[in-house]
Design a protein around this ligand. Structure first.
Ligand code: 5GP
Ligand code: ZN
Length: 113
């Protein structure tokens, strides 16, 4: 999508600190990190969000989570991290290109606020 921030990041039109890249997914450091590790994993194909996702998106959403797991392994935080999808403005979703937050490197409270 031409006016989507994360599509522009994937295309390299807006700079990002890339941490993972494969055929289906792209991951980069969050610009405003909420934890020592705060990475965003996005599908390269534009999907607006989880509630707009369809059955055909299942594989790529799974791939985003597997990419997050791989990044967590690489950073040696695999026993203490969280993957989060904010869904809708009331949850804090502010960018409408589906993204998995990978948060770790500090204690994580449950339930989240
Ligand atoms: P949301 O609030 O939609 O769940 O998450 C959007 C995330 O994108 C936020 O954590 C925010 O800090 C991050 N973000 C917003 N704009 C940019 C940007 O231009 N570059 C990067 N790397 N992250 C961004
Ligand atoms: Zn997009």
């Amino acid at each position: 999508m031409s006016d989507c921030l994360f599509c522009k990041i994937i295309a390299g039109e807006i700079p990002s600190k890339n941490v993972y890249d494969d055929e289906y997914t792209y991951a980069f450091e969050d610009i405003d990190p909420k934890a020592p590790t705060h990475v965003l994993v996005v599908p390269k194909r534009h999907i607006r969000g989880l509630k707009e996702a369809e059955a055909e998106d299942a594989e790529i959403i799974g791939r985003c989570h597997l990419a997050a797991a791989e990044i967590a392994r690489q950073r040696n935080i695999e026993n203490s991290y969280r993957t989060v999808l904010n869904v809708g403005p009331g949850s804090g979703q502010s960018v409408f290109h589906l993204h998995v937050h990978l948060l770790g490197g500090r204690g994580l409270k449950w339930p989240p606020g």
